[in-house]
Ligand binder design. Structure first.
Ligand SMILES: Nc1nc(=O)c2c([nH]1)NC[C@@H]1CN(c3ccc(C(=O)N[C@@H](CCC(=O)O)C(=O)O)cc3)CN21
Ligand SMILES: O=c1ccn([C@H]2C[C@H](O)[C@@H](COP(=O)(O)O)O2)c(=O)[nH]1
Length: 309
């Protein structure tokens, strides 16, 4: 092997890097996407928000959960508990911003309560209602012939008994319910796969606010694979995160280009999940943000990016 490598000159092409440098390199995927948008993005008018977005189409990010590559942004302070609270709320089937707040995130307040179109929607059930989106669809998917399916429960049951039917898809996407929700789901599909006892995840996102949303979405894809592997008794493998429309809003561009992209990333931290979380019921009933810990998080100053409702 050594002889072959020398012969092929491979030793020169695979420089030795430390674990810390390797982990810092993981953040490069995020920074490369930000830079690509700044350098090559095209301006697109967005009717819903009334703002222009610098936009690129298609990005593929990978997180190796087996190696603990927790993709937390270090070039600004990231509110990771808020991101985890969002994904746990989706898994619980929440449809109300108050429930998300109780779990530890205010991120749905604006979409539930500050959007004129939604406030005037006859389907809105009052203060904090988000309508039929995310977990309210995925945990209760309407069947055309009547009744509902709990997609997540079916997936967990299959994976726990070692079955991957090649369609273990948790989808939040139901075009027939869009008019009954405050927003269409952005990260709308999570497809689980088993190879032996290793679990993989392919997550798909149709629309991505790279400075704000992606900061959270990377954490969520990682946590989703880690926690589903934990409760189904499988080893986590890699999570593949596909983004279609990746954008930076016009009022975020300067902070991204002139502040965040000028900073050097730190090594990535490590995520610890309470090993006592063993079933879907545990996630539904007693899990709180205290069951998640991040170790060794070094970060730059927070940046308050403008949020578009
Ligand atoms: N324009 C837009 N971008 C999004 O990323 C987004 C939406 N809308 N609507 C639905 C959800 C809500 N999400 C949000 C909402 C707010 C923050 C936010 O304000 N983040 C701040 C502070 C977070 C905190 O203190 O918890 C940040 O600095 O990350 C992030 C994601 C992601 N989604
Ligand atoms: O998890 C999320 C949720 C939302 N976003 C962003 C992406 C867009 O900027 C808006 C949604 O607007 P649409 O007009 O429905 O595309 O929210 C995100 O990045 N991540």
């Amino acid at each position: 092997m050594h002889f072959l490598e020398t012969l092929l000159g491979m030793q020169n092409r695979t420089p030795f890097i430390t674990t810390q440098e390797y982990k810092a390199a993981q953040m490069k995927q995020y920074l490369d996407l930000c830079e690509r948008i700044v350098d090559e993005g095209e301006w697109v008018n967005n009717e819903r928000t009334g703002k222009r977005c610098l936009t690129v189409i298609n990005a593929d990010l990978t997180y190796d959960v087996s190696k603990g590559e927790f993709p937390l942004v270090t070039t600004r302070k990231s509110f990771w508990k808020s991101a985890i609270a969002e994904i746990i709320g989706y898994l619980r089937g929440y449809d109300n911003a108050a429930d998300f707040r109780a779990l530890g995130t205010k991120t749905w307040d604006a979409n539930a309560n500050q959007n004129e179109v939604w406030l005037n929607n006859p389907y809105r059930k009052g203060e904090d209602d988000m309508g039929l989106c995310y977990g309210a669809i995925g945990r209760n998917f309407p069947k055309p012939d009547g009744g509902h399916i709990d997609l997540l429960k079916q997936i967990i049951d299959d994976l726990t008994r070692g079955v991957d039917n090649r369609g273990e898809i948790l989808t939040f996407y139901h075009p027939g319910a869009f008019h009954m929700a405050c927003l269409r789901p952005c990260m709308y599909s999570h497809h689980f796969s088993l190879l032996g006892d290793t679990l993989y995840l392919n997550s798909t996102q149709r629309s991505c606010d790279v400075p704000l949303g992606l900061n959270f979405n990377m954490v969520q894809v990682y946590v989703l694979l880690a926690i589903v592997a934990q409760i189904t008794g499988k080893k986590p493998g890699k999570a593949f995160h596909k983004i279609v429309n990746a954008h930076i809003y016009e009022d975020q561009l300067e902070l991204m280009r002139d502040v965040q992209l000028k900073r050097e990333p730190y090594p990535l931290p490590t995520l610890k999940i309470n090993p006592e979380i063993k079933t879907l019921k545990d996630i539904e009933t007693w899990v709180t943000m205290a069951d998640f810990e991040v170790e060794g998080y070094q970060f730059h100053e927070p940046i308050a990016y403008p949020f578009s409702v």
